[in-house]
Design a protein around this ligand. Structure first.
Ligand code: PRX
Length: 654
């Protein structure tokens, strides 16, 4: 594991453009500069003050933090209900008619849900789950498109204290089955499908396949989304229930169940450095505080804002910044079901214009994809409502930052480049709009109360200007509480690389002014279009195919998706290399994991570069994938092998 010296990073650090806060924006900003000092003086006291001010408790907490490294408990002794905090309390305070979500279906259908609507729908859905036997503590799996029933289902679970595990709708049935089994989920909530690029995605069919190989699910609750368009749907009697048949007839009253601060709110599976995804554990009070407070301070959310986080709820960004954070702040949000290019590449800008979106939060991959289509698309629309922008999921290159600033933000809107992870639950490194002078490409500084550092291989803090590993030195309220069912793996993965600190798995540099620059992953995790995929997961999907003897996967730099998957494959002797087989192998990975993991490049090769102890030298494979001169080859068992790979012909790219 090493932080590679990459020339593009050096260029990044020479970045001299500065974007100081606009005084008019600063005068009205939610965040204040003295937050940093307050939090530094007493970070526990800082979070305790916010927890009392911003959350509604059924029972007040007694202890702010119990820190038994690496196990944290926040707001111990307190009880609350997350759904109550996200919905009911706003209705009780007279915000029942305020819009919670403007939903836009890909085909053009729309729905508006006020906070009163949300309270009614969440209560009915929770009553339906009760009728299906779901009780506090039972796990519920959710596999849905971006339709209003998705946040409704999550909140219905939270209302009962039944932890959910949302599985991204683009994942395969195998991926879904693995997650259901690990969580031992009792009920699955899905839909007959969703719309993507004008076509229905058959989610129920995939769910049925998943259920053949997983045993814990007793009932499947199915939302009707595409059946009206004549898509056939099979319902298994006794197991499958239509959402409208059971939810619609329920009572609109369902008392929220108060749970302990540390009650499990949800599991979200994410790729690590092994083939088995980890169930990241998030609990109730600290998570809700961390996400809602960062949302308020970083996006400068005001009561009249129309906020759009254009992620999928299936990822942590959607959990924290479409559902829990924004709803706890009584925000009006946008939910869009479909693809950014359907029917044309200006679909998003049409939505911004129609709904007068004021805050937009998206990923560099999306920004680069829009850039590639040209600035004419945004130019056709009135984007003058936009006053704040955010970026997440991967390092944003200065070129994309500047394009976003100019063509989407009208040269006015501050940009928050936000660094965080599924594990961190909330944004940890970010500018504060109105306060921080930004530099394109830098996530700037740790959020108030967060202690981040850059360390060398021995865990020593690296002085300004140097690079190393990003670590976090103190607990924060929305941090993961563990890996589901595997405390040892939790300790090993995050807390054993450096004594007593959290190892994020990212390389980072701090410049002379203390700005943080994120350099990408330093482990075997790729970041493709802002999605985390482990090299080993893709490798094991490949060797699962009968024609494959061995496989090695690396991330190759990609102008749009940040990284693209490059697979090197050794065939078994009986297999005949052909273009058809290469295509089949790429499809096989898409089937096993999901289309996001389909290798963009696949090269058949007679051998792989290994050390004398048999370890694959990925560094050299990355050199081959990038087409650059080879680094040090002296530890190779067979120095000729890389040349052999370079001359391999069985290759396909998308
Ligand atoms: O490598 C970092 C990158 O995304 C990883 C976390 O991925 P995931 O858990 O899927 O969560 C993505 C959304 C929070 C990190 O380890 N990453 C995330 N945000 C940034 C980033 N890299 C650079 N800059 C960012 N702003």
């Amino acid at each position: 594991m090493a932080v590679e010296q990459r020339p593009e990073i050096e260029a990044l650090l020479a970045e001299e453009r500065r974007f100081p806060p606009d005084p008019t924006f600063a005068a009205q900003a939610n965040a204040r500069a003295d937050l940093y000092e307050e939090a530094e003086r007493d970070f526990e006291g800082f979070w305790a003050r916010l927890a009392r001010e911003r959350l509604d408790w059924s029972k007040p907490f007694e202890t702010t933090l119990e820190w038994d490294l690496p196990f944290a408990k926040w707001f111990v002794g307190g009880q609350l209900n997350v759904a109550y905090n996200c919905v009911d309390r706003h209705v009780e305070r007279g915000l029942g008619d305020k819009v919670a979500y403007h939903w836009i279906g890909e085909p053009g259908d729309t729905r508006t849900l006020t906070y009163a609507d949300l309270k009614r729908e969440v209560s009915k859905a929770a009553n339906a789950l009760l009728e299906l036997g779901v009780r506090t503590g039972d796990r519920v799996a959710i596999y849905m498109p971006m339709i209003p029933e998705l946040p409704i289902a999550m909140l219905a679970c939270a209302r009962l204290g039944a932890p959910h595990t949302v599985v991204f709708g683009g994942f395969s049935s195998e991926a879904l089955a693995g997650r259901i089994d690990d969580a031992q989920a009792k009920v699955l909530i899905t839909a007959d499908g969703g719309w993507r690029r004008g076509k229905p995605v058959n989610l129920k069919g995939a769910a049925d396949v998943a259920l053949q190989s997983s045993s814990s699910i007793e009932n499947v609750l199915v939302v009707r989304r595409v059946a009206e368009a004549g898509e056939p749907v099979e319902m298994r009697p006794g197991r499958d229930v239509w959402w409208h048949e059971i939810v619609d007839r329920q009572s609109e009253e369902c008392p929220p169940v108060p749970v302990d601060s540390e009650h499990l709110l949800y599991l979200l599976y994410t790729s690590g450095t092994t083939a088995k995804p980890k169930g990241i554990v998030h609990t109730s009070a600290g998570y809700l505080l961390g996400t809602s407070y960062t949302h308020w301070a970083i996006f400068d959310v005001k009561p009249d804002d129309v906020y759009w986080c254009a992620a999928d709820i299936g990822w942590v960004t959607g959990h924290s910044y479409i559902v829990y954070g924004p709803l706890a702040n009584a925000t009006t949000g946008i939910l869009y079901e479909g693809a950014p290019d359907t029917p044309a590449w200006d679909r998003w800008w049409q939505i911004v214009e129609d709904y007068k979106v004021t805050i937009l939060y998206t990923a560099p991959t999306a920004i680069r994809a829009f850039m590639k289509q040209g600035s004419d698309f945004p130019a056709r629309h009135d984007l003058s409502s936009i006053r704040m922008l955010g970026s997440v999921g991967e390092p944003i290159n200065p070129e994309a930052w500047l394009w976003y600033h100019e063509h989407i933000g009208g040269g006015r809107a501050p940009i928050a480049d936000t660094w965080w992870q599924t594990e961190t639950g909330m944004i940890l490194i970010t500018p504060l709009p109105g306060i921080t002078t930004t530099k394109p490409g830098s996530a700037t500084f740790p959020f108030p109360g967060v202690d981040a550092d850059v360390v060398d291989g021995e865990g020593r803090s690296v002085p300004p200007g140097g690079g190393g590993y990003l670590v976090l030195k103190r607990p924060w309220p929305a941090m993961l509480r563990g890996i589901y069912g595997d405390p040892e793996r939790y300790r090993q993965t995050y807390w054993s690389r450096f004594e007593g600190v959290y190892f994020a798995g990212d390389g980072a540099k701090r410049d002379q002014e203390g700005y943080f620059w994120l350099l990408g992953r330093v482990d075997d995790v790729m970041n493709v279009a802002g999605h985390r995929i482990s090299t080993i997961e893709v490798e094991s999907a490949l060797v699962d195919h009968p024609a494959v003897a061995e496989a090695a996967v690396v991330g190759k730099n990609d102008p749009v998706t940040g990284q693209a998957i490059f697979a090197f494959v050794i065939l078994r002797t009986h297999a005949e290399p052909s273009d058809a087989l290469i295509r089949e192998l790429r499809e096989h990975v898409a089937k096993v994991i999901g289309p996001i993991a389909r290798p963009k490049y696949l090269l058949l090769t007679p051998d792989l570069p290994k050390t004398r102890s048999g370890k694959i030298m990925r560094r050299l494979l990355r050199d081959v994938a990038e087409g650059r001169p080879l680094g040090d080859t002296t530890t190779l068992a067979d120095a000729g092998v890389v040349e052999l790979i370079r001359s391999s012909t069985g290759r396909e790219e998308e």
